[in-house]
Design a protein around this ligand. Sequence first.
Ligand code: 5GP
Ligand code: MG
Length: 213
Amino acid sequence: MPLSKPPLAEKLTRRIPASQRPDLAGVLIPEADLQRRIALMGRAIARDYAGKDVLVVSLLSGTVLFLADLLRRLPFPLRVDFLGVSSYGLGTESGNLVFNKELKLDVCGAHVLVVDDILDTGKTLRAVTEKISALKPASIRTCVLLDKKDRRVGSFEADYVGFRIPNLFVVGYGLDFAERYRNLPFVGVLKPEVYAPKPAPKPGPASARKSAA
Ligand code: 5GP
Ligand code: MG
């Protein structure tokens, strides 16, 4: 008798490490797909920047795994610097931007490639590219692993995009929720109850009766 195929939901769950299963709804981009796509992005960037003075500016901290894998795919001399930018908002919504680590290296005259984890409303990369442009680089381009195009406020496009994804809150491969999940080797989707816990039920007539008893 032929074995029946497991339903999709079950297949997704099976790829999640057991220790993370209570929090994750599924894997959106598996590790092998990330690596294949990053190799292609590296090739495109290497082609475009051959022979140039390249300065990669990485936005902390969500790019940590993506940057490490992307840099290994760029086979030419370059410099790397880090810019700290946080968005203070409620839950999974972005809020006010705060720069909490400035660049160390001289940007003037360099071909700057800004690397970020995910392009959402576009607010972060718009602010970052304006800030760097004021330092007179020879050129400035942007590279993101993920792009949630439907969420954009105003027009902003990245020059290099790994994956277009739907409007879901994702974690893993550097991306966090409340500073957790960055170490997952894949991009996953959190169960909504993790970031939007259900309010405790108000005592109804039944419990009121019980406590009155
Ligand atoms: P934007 O300024 O484009 O709205 O947001 C960009 C920043 O918001 C990203 O660099 C990232 O830190 C955060 N962000 C946006 N969407 C997600 C998401 O789905 N998951 C996580 N972990 N962070 C996100
Ligand atoms: Mg970020």
